[in-house]
Design a protein around this ligand. Structure first.
Ligand SMILES: C[S@@+](CC[C@H](N)C(=O)[O-])C[C@H]1O[C@@H](n2cnc3c(N)ncnc32)[C@H](O)[C@@H]1O
Length: 336
């Protein structure tokens, strides 16, 4: 598959069979992410969306004195990555959970007596969304091409699935969901068609839902007509925006002075949230009472934004990995 690059095997020689067979996720903008993290000797870094560990691996290789905590909400993926990166020993630990609860992960690390446990990180990376491994596995129900149950739960079958939402939400709620999380302009027509059809046969497979959307919406450019509906359902099932919002509300507590945050987003809803948060922290706000004739609080920004505009992948990377094409990277540094 052209979307996957061949990588050297962990042992050094030959071809990495797993990546060759196209199952492992190819990390996006990996060199840019490591450059913006600006690894410092002996530093402690958090990969909040560890997935198949491509970014963690690159960080650990780039500086032999750093340690990385890899977090992912998907237990299946994380178990494979823990095994694959076991060669880094104590320098790489995993934690199954949500990046929005990073404070708990740091506390758990300290309780377990990890040598590099700290109260905060020198850098945090989020590479949002789904991995190719998740998308390509029909059993997970994320993709519409391969078929499979309409599931989409990232965290091992907890909470309502996409099929549950499609079966139970009323027409208005479905339309709102497709509009809000998918920015789907045909949201009402699609919701109406779903509600009409589900009386006869519930939507239990990804292909059944994709076929209905393709019947209602005309193909736009090269993307499948169901792309936005699937994005919307995935975001809703996994509460993705809520987790990002919570993370952004707390991340300054989890970064050490001069710590860096790097976020790679793949759609405008998430990129906008990151951009606005960074812009807010990067702007000096005076907190003096309005009655004061002049500022005495020494208003200063909390962070320095390192990316005035989002950084995009190079053309060669997009040619080699089509899934990189929508990536947008933003970075900032906490002012000491
Ligand atoms: C784009 S993939 C990351 C790929 C990874 N950088 C690599 O090189 O393999 C996104 C990963 O984030 C995980 N994820 C998504 N939302 C999460 C959340 N709120 N908390 C923790 N992990 C999350 C997904 O399960 C998925 O494995």
């Amino acid at each position: 598959m052209s979307e996957y690059q061949l990588r050297p095997s962990p042992s050094g020689g030959g071809v990495d069979a797993e990546a060759e067979s196209g199952r492992r996720h190819v990390p996006v903008m990996v060199e840019e992410a490591v450059r913006f993290l600006h690894l410092k000797p002996g530093g402690f870094y958090v990969d909040g969306t560890c997935g198949d560990g491509g970014h963690s691996e690159r960080m650990l290789e780039a500086d032999a004195s750093i340690a990385v905590l890899g977090i992912d909400r998907d237990p299946q993926t994380l178990a494979l990555t823990a095994q694959r990166l076991a060669r880094f020993g104590e320098r790489f630990r995993t934690h199954q959970g949500n990046f929005s609860e990073l404070g708990d992960a740091l506390a758990a690390l300290a309780r377990k007596g990890a040598a590099f446990a700290r109260t905060g990180a020198d850098g945090i990376l989020l590479d949002l969304g789904l991995s190719s491994r998740q998308l390509d596995d029909p059993a997970r129900g994320f993709g519409f091409r391969a078929g499979g149950p309409l599931d989409m739960r990232m965290h091992g079958g907890v909470g309502p699935s996409a099929a549950d939402l499609v079966a139970t939400l009323d027409e208005q709620a479905l339309a709102d969901l497709f509009w809000r999380y998918g920015e789907e302009s045909a949201s009402r027509r699609i919701a109406r068609a779903i509600v009409a059809d589900r009386v006869e046969t519930p939507f239990t497979t990804t292909t059944a839902l994709a076929e209905l959307v393709a019947r209602v919406v005309r193909k736009r450019g090269g993307t499948h007509p169901a792309t936005r509906v699937f994005q919307a359902l995935r975001i809703a099932v996994n509460h993705e925006l809520e987790h990002l919002e919570t993370f952004l509300a707390h991340v300054l507590e989890w970064l050490l002075p001069a710590g860096r945050l790097v976020v790679i987003a793949y759609h405008s809803l998430e990129d906008r949230m990151v951009k606005q948060a960074m812009r807010g922290w990067g702007t000096a706000h005076c907190t003096c009472p309005p009655a004061f004739p002049r500022c005495v609080c020494g208003a200063r920004a909390l962070v320095k934004v390192l990316t005035r505009k989002a950084v995009m992948p190079a053309a060669e990377e997009i040619d080699a990995n089509r899934r990189a094409r929508s990536a947008r990277l933003r970075a900032m540094e906490v002012l000491a």
